[in-house]
Design a protein around this ligand. Structure first.
Ligand code: PPE
Length: 306
């Protein structure tokens, strides 16, 4: 997705012009991947731009940093206010918000702790993550030859920049082999997640998704979809899933801020169910988009207006 410049980036406490939000090549993050980030969508609604579940996203950002012994020099309320300020300054109606925390310039060496903790918030445009037709037709995916990192190597609950080196391997391999995306197994060989999406599986009317212990990110869209399914009286089970369940599923879909709710139509060239978007996937998409576009009552306070 080519980046379209906007007017401002919030950088360490103030709005600066887009081109001035720069980093030194000797910053710790450049060498050691020392960053934590979020991806948040803003949707156009009749009541104005609504930032979807902004507060839980910023809480996850604080959590990601905490795992790495890093205190962000702003409170949750300040971070939430900073995102809203950036959205207003860029007159964003709908789009994608990318807050990032990183260790800046100071010392060389693995120890990050003596480098400044810097915070930036940018807004960009981002269309459909896996292509516009994917939302209806579904995507073709493979199971990656790359596993997710084992639990005692990189903590999956931290949305840390370095984790995405693993995601890049999964994504590049999938694309090189003609697939839209790869699904990674965890270190034990159980189903984990996509390079940038959580995964849901439907079989006989029951919905399954891997638990947090399967080296997944605790997705905010995942949580949203579990809530919507339970509202529809559809049973959701968080459980360890063997790889072959992917081949036996009636329906499969990805969730994520960028991916929203994207159907999967084949895995390793084996069609998922009938090979077309299934009824539960369609129902989840319908209620998800009705809520984010402000067409249905916001019962859980998910829309945070700028
Ligand atoms: N797993 C991974 C590995 C992941 O990166 C994401 C989001 C999710 C699950 C879903 O989480 P959530 O957005 O809270 O529902 N990936 C972000 C970055 C994608 C990118 O290519 O950059 C996103 O969707 O914003």
């Amino acid at each position: 997705m080519p980046i379209q410049k906007m007017d401002y980036i919030w950088f360490n406490g103030e709005l600066v012009e887009w081109d001035k939000a720069t980093v030194h090549v000797m910053a710790h993050v450049i060498h050691y991947g020392t960053s934590f980030f979020e991806g948040i969508r803003c949707y156009e609604t009749p009541q104005g731009p609504a930032i979807f579940r902004l507060t839980p996203h910023m809480r996850r950002l604080i959590d990601s940093a905490k795992i790495y012994r890093t205190a962000i020099p702003y409170t949750l309320d300040q971070l939430v206010a900073a995102v809203k300020e950036t959205v207003r300054a860029n007159r964003l109606r709908s789009g994608y918000i990318r807050p990032v925390v990183f260790r800046g310039y100071g010392e060389i060496g693995v120890n990050p702790l003596n480098n400044p903790v810097e915070v930036a918030i940018a807004t960009i445009e981002w269309g459909k993550y896996l292509g516009a037709e994917a939302m209806e037709q579904g995507v073709d995916v493979c199971i990656s030859s790359w596993n997710r990192f084992a639990p005692n190597t990189m903590p999956a609950l931290a949305k840390a920049g370095g984790n995405y080196m693993n995601s890049q391997l999964i994504k590049m391999e999938a694309m090189a082999n003609g697939y839209a995306e790869g699904i990674a197994l965890d270190a034990d060989g159980h189903v984990s997640e996509g390079s940038g999406e959580n995964l849901f599986l439907v079989r006989d009317g029951v919905v399954y998704t891997p638990p947090l212990t399967s080296s997944i990110l605790s997705g905010i869209t995942r949580d949203t979809v579990m809530t919507l399914l339970r509202e529809m009286n559809i049973e959701v089970r968080e459980q360890i899933l063997p790889r072959e369940m992917l081949y036996l599923a009636d329906e499969l879909f990805f969730t994520g801020t960028a991916a929203e709710v994207t159907p999967i139509r084949s895995v390793d060239r084996i069609p998922v169910g009938s090979g077309r978007r299934g009824p539960i996937t369609a129902a989840v998409q319908e209620s998800f988009f009705a809520i984010v576009q402000g067409e249905r009552p916001d019962r859980y306070g998910w829309l945070e207006y700028a």
